[in-house]
Design a protein around this ligand. Structure first.
Ligand code: EPZ
Length: 419
């Protein structure tokens, strides 16, 4: 069982390279199922979640091979339309394969992905969207659902909630539908724009990603593409919070600075200095950060839920009391119990956490419960007095490439011990 061991108290200093965005890479791998021509995806992050998607595509008969940090995908002939249950359970976001497979194959079966540490993770909006495009969706029992459609037909679809995955699923399915599709109240995350951009390189006709309304005009066929995905704004934000919590100076590049704006605004509020220069962002924190009185996670361009746990860790050592409200997922505070073991003064009331900043955390043995919670515990260990041991690090490896060596390169005393 691998563990990350941290001796805290050293201010982080230096520059680190940011890997490609996990939450762009996953839907974009699924998009390659829409064509029988080869695709090359560059700047792909070597994460366990990417490998799960690779194995799912291979189970359909598609080629999906690493060449350095690129993935070569060729879904020329597909001999299956069922997403393997074990892989679906391992990574619930594989539900975004349903749209492309349905559009390409006319049929797709998947087991309900089930919940995870941060919430029940329903897929009702995905199903409603595919049904609006003309799919017949049936439950086969054993928790399996099947969607079928000889030919998808464009529709005007209003999402009850701006779901990232549902927006991506519907957008991808609609590329090969007959006629025009409109997705209203669509998610606006930067990763949605990345999915639109590669689909248009493949010959799709999409406009509006990043706004609340996306228009897709169906086409006959999509061709292969070579594409470089965007940098990971969540990994970049997590690492920048390392400068805040350890009172150091960290530069991340390449990044797209505007993707980080919701976080940078809060980091400035905490009293740290933010400098943007082209595709790099530097945060300098010369003294103990200040509390933020009210922070709510919201769909983009609000503060991202994926940075809630790392931000909460930084607020644990801030001067003053902060209130952080998680509006996106119903139970994304499992890291609070672990932070309390390190001396954090945090109280959770419903969807809000009240964080009374302390001068110093103390090292402890803690366990990651999901990828962002795990990253938050590593951040807390970097600032804590003494030794912190973070267990269940496989969660962290789902979303961060070598997080331990990244912080070591910034001067953090961090080791990964495996047995
Ligand atoms: C994506 O998950 C991301 N994952 C998540 O990142 C991220 O936290 C989330 O978007 C929000 O930004 C990937 O992109 C692979 P949603 P997704 O559908 O698509 C409810 C990480 O840490 N909902 O926008 O699953 C749902 O329950 C991960 O990298 C429905 O009710 O998120 C949740 O409360 C974690 N019905 C809210 O919407 C549905 O059909 C947001 O979910 C779908 C969602």
């Amino acid at each position: 069982m691998e563990r990350i061991v941290i001796a805290g108290g050293t201010p982080l200093q230096g520059t680190v390279k940011i890997h490609g965005a996990k939450n762009a890479a996953l839907p974009i791998i699924a998009a390659c199922l829409l064509t029988d021509e080869p695709c090359t995806l560059r700047s792909m992050p070597t994460l366990t979640d990417i490998d799960v998607m690779r194995h799912i595509l291979q189970s359909f008969g598609a080629e999906c091979e690493w060449v350095e940090d690129s993935l070569n995908i060729h879904a020329e002939r597909l001999h299956s339309h069922t997403i393997p249950e074990a892989l679906m359970r391992e990574m619930r976001s594989s539900v975004i394969i349903m749209g492309p497979l349905l559009a390409r194959h006319g049929k797709v079966s998947a087991s309900y992905p089930g919940g995870c540490a941060i919430g029940s993770r329903p897929i009702d909006l995905h199903i409603k969207g595919l049904e609006a495009l003309g799919a017949k969706v049936s439950e086969e029992g054993r928790g399996y659902i099947t969607a079928e459609a000889k030919q998808l037909v464009g529709a005007d679809i209003h999402l009850d909630y701006p779901s990232v995955g549902a927006t991506e699923n519907i957008m991808m399915a609609a590329t090969l539908a007959q006629g025009e599709t409109l997705i209203r109240n669509a998610a606006k995350e930067p990763e949605i724009i990345d999915v639109q951009d590669i689909l248009n390189v493949m010959g799709a006709d999409i406009a509006g990603a990043g706004t609340g309304q996306i228009r897709i005009r169906g086409v006959e066929k999509l061709r292969g593409a070579e594409y470089t995905i965007i940098p990971d704004r969540i990994a970049a934000g997590t690492i920048l919070l390392g400068a805040v919590i350890t009172q150091g100076q960290v530069t991340v590049k390449p990044v797209i600075p505007e993707h980080l704006e919701p976080l940078l605004a809060k980091i400035r509020e905490m009293g740290a200095k933010v400098t943007i220069a082209g595709n790099s962002v530097t945060v300098v924190c010369d003294y103990r950060p200040k509390a933020v009185d009210a922070l709510r996670t919201l769909p983009h361009p609000g503060f991202p839920t994926d940075l809630q746990a790392p931000m909460l860790a930084a607020l644990c050592v801030a001067q003053g009391t902060s209130v952080l409200t998680e509006t996106v997922f119903e139970s994304r505070f499992k890291h609070v119990d672990e932070l309390r073991r390190m001396g954090a003064m945090v109280k959770v009331e419903g969807r809000s956490a009240i964080i009374r900043g302390v001068e110093r955390l103390t090292g402890a043995v803690v366990a990651a419960t999901d990828l962002r919670a795990g990253a938050a515990l590593v951040l807390a260990g970097l600032a804590a007095e003494g030794i912190t041991i973070v267990e269940q690090v496989h969660h962290i490896d789902r979303g961060y490439v070598d997080l331990d060596s990244t912080f070591r390169a910034l001067g953090g005393r961090v080791e990964r011990l495996g047995w």
